[in-house]
Every structure is written in C-alpha cells, then in structure tokens.
Design a protein around this ligand. Structure first.
Ligand SMILES: [Zn+2]
Ligand SMILES: [Zn+2]
Length: 276
C-alpha cells in the first residue's frame, strides 16, 4: 500500500495536471490527513471476526463482516464522521450545522445511516437533500467513517483470504462492490479494489465482477485517446462497468482512492454509454 506521503505527492501531481479536479482533490487531501489520525495500526478494530469461520465464509462467498446483523460500537466512526463533516463546512456551513445538530439531538441515527450504506434497505434515515452535491459528499464521508476500522480487518485477515482464494466480484471483507481496480505491473493480473475497506483481491481478467459473465464477445473495454493507462471494462450482459488502471509498463504504484476520484470523467462516459 502506497504511503501517505506518496499519496499526497500523487494528489499534487494530479492537481497540476487536472485543475478542474482541484477542489475535490483538496477535500481528498484533508480526508486522507484525517484518516491517518484515525488509523492507529496496532489498535484493535470495532469489528469482531471469528477466525475459525473464515475458511467456511470464503468457501461460501460470504464477506467477513455482515452489516445486516453484526454488532459494533459506532462511537469512533461517528467522531471521525463529525470531523469529516467539518471539511464540508467550508462549502456548506449551514447544512453541516443542521446535520450536526440533528445527529446530536438523536433525530438522525448515525449507526442506521452507516448500516444503510452497506445494506441499502430503505432510505428513511437519510435526510433528503435538495443539494445533491452536499448529499453525495455526506454519503462519501459516511462510507469513509468506517474505513479505518474496516482497514484493520483487511490488514489482519487479507493474506489469509488471498491464500484461501476468494473468487467473487464483491469484497470479501465488507461485501461491497468495487468501482475501480488495477492490472499489476508484475504479474499482469487484475485486482479489484474496495473503497470501503481498502482491500484488493485478484479477479480473473476475462470475467465480469458483477454477473460472472466470461464470454469474451460480450466483454469489452474502452479508453480515452491519450490516456490509455486508465480503461473502462464493460459487460454487455449486465451493462455494468469498472474502471481499471493499467500499471503495466509503469514504475509507479497507483493510489486507487485518488485514481477513482480523478477518473470521474470516465464514470460520466460510461453512464452516457448506458453502463452503470
Ligand atoms: Zn471492502
Ligand atoms: Zn456482467
């Protein structure tokens, strides 16, 4: 995993190359700085995993953490979330104040909000906002609020899961679907990345992570001329897509949190082409 200093250097590079992304990249920089504070590497996670159950879970394609039933103490993610909201306060002070008040009053239930990120059952806990940008940022921060705790689980059990051989297209740690991945320089294999917990796992190159389709004729990819490093793998059976950073022929490692953000134009393109 690329270090914080490297990540920040990458961000600065991207900012000068893509000035239109600079506002988002500033938010990401502040977020990564905060994340570091909440990621005490030696600390135990708020999530409990029964190590003995791992082989069976992997065999059955069940993620280690089940957000529909597992219990955890949300105090730490909540305090991280409130710090993250401060970043949004620079843009939307009133909205942040209102949300913070409602969280303190108990009118909004933080734990329900984060569970809904992982198990989307109903939207009722989310305050409906007119301002989509603010709402998107809140969802982004909600997801991020659990990242340090989930990352601890990914670090602790990731090797074991890779050894056992996880073959699903969703994350073995937290169950979420990937939006981005990479082809490694060394083994030229494809790895999918979970932005909820930071875990990466190997997944066959010619296979759709979302529906399992392996027919070469219905799998394709596109790139933007002049930027062949980042491509979009699409499946014409389920009409889903995933962004892939091709690191072959490159010395540099990629920070996929950063890459995901600076490739938003590819998401827009994919949506325009009818993929979701
Ligand atoms: Zn995950
Ligand atoms: Zn598919």
């Amino acid at each position: 995993m690329a270090s914080m200093t490297e990540a920040l250097k990458t961000i600065e590079q991207y900012k000068s190359d893509n000035p239109h992304y600079s506002e988002m990249l500033d938010i990401l920089t502040e977020m990564l700085n905060l994340r570091e504070q909440y990621s005490a590497p030696a600390g135990s996670s708020i999530f409990q995993v029964d190590e003995n159950l791992i082989p069976r879970k992997v065999a059955k394609g069940e993620p280690l953490i089940d957000f529909s039933s597992d219990q955890f103490d949300a105090a730490l993610p909540k305090s991280y979330f409130l710090r993250l909201l401060d970043i949004a306060a620079e843009q939307s002070p009133d909205k942040v104040q209102e949300m913070t008040d409602r969280l303190y009053d108990g009118e909004l239930d933080f734990e329900k909000m984060i569970r809904q990120i992982f198990v989307p059952i109903s939207e009722e806990e989310f305050p409906e906002e007119d301002d989509d940008n603010f709402f998107d940022l809140v969802k982004f921060f909600l997801r991020e609020s659990l990242r340090p705790e989930l990352e601890k689980i990914a670090h602790k059990y990731g090797d074991k899961i890779s050894e056992l051989g996880w073959s699903e297209g969703y994350c073995p740690i937290c169950g979420k679907e990937p939006k981005i991945g990479k082809i490694k320089a060394g083994d030229a294999r494809r790895y999918l990345f979970c932005s909820h917990c930071g875990f990466e796992w190997n997944y066959r190159r010619v296979k759709c992570p979302f529906c399992g389709n392996e027919e070469q004729q219905t799998l394709a990819y596109f790139t933007i001329e002049g930027d062949e490093r980042c491509r979009v793998d699409v499946c014409n059976v389920c009409k889903r897509y995933i962004k892939i950073i091709d690191l072959r022929g490159s010395e540099q490692e990629a920070n996929l949190d950063v890459e995901d953000m600076v490739t938003l134009h590819l998401d827009i393109l994919a949506h325009e082409e009818g993929y979701r």
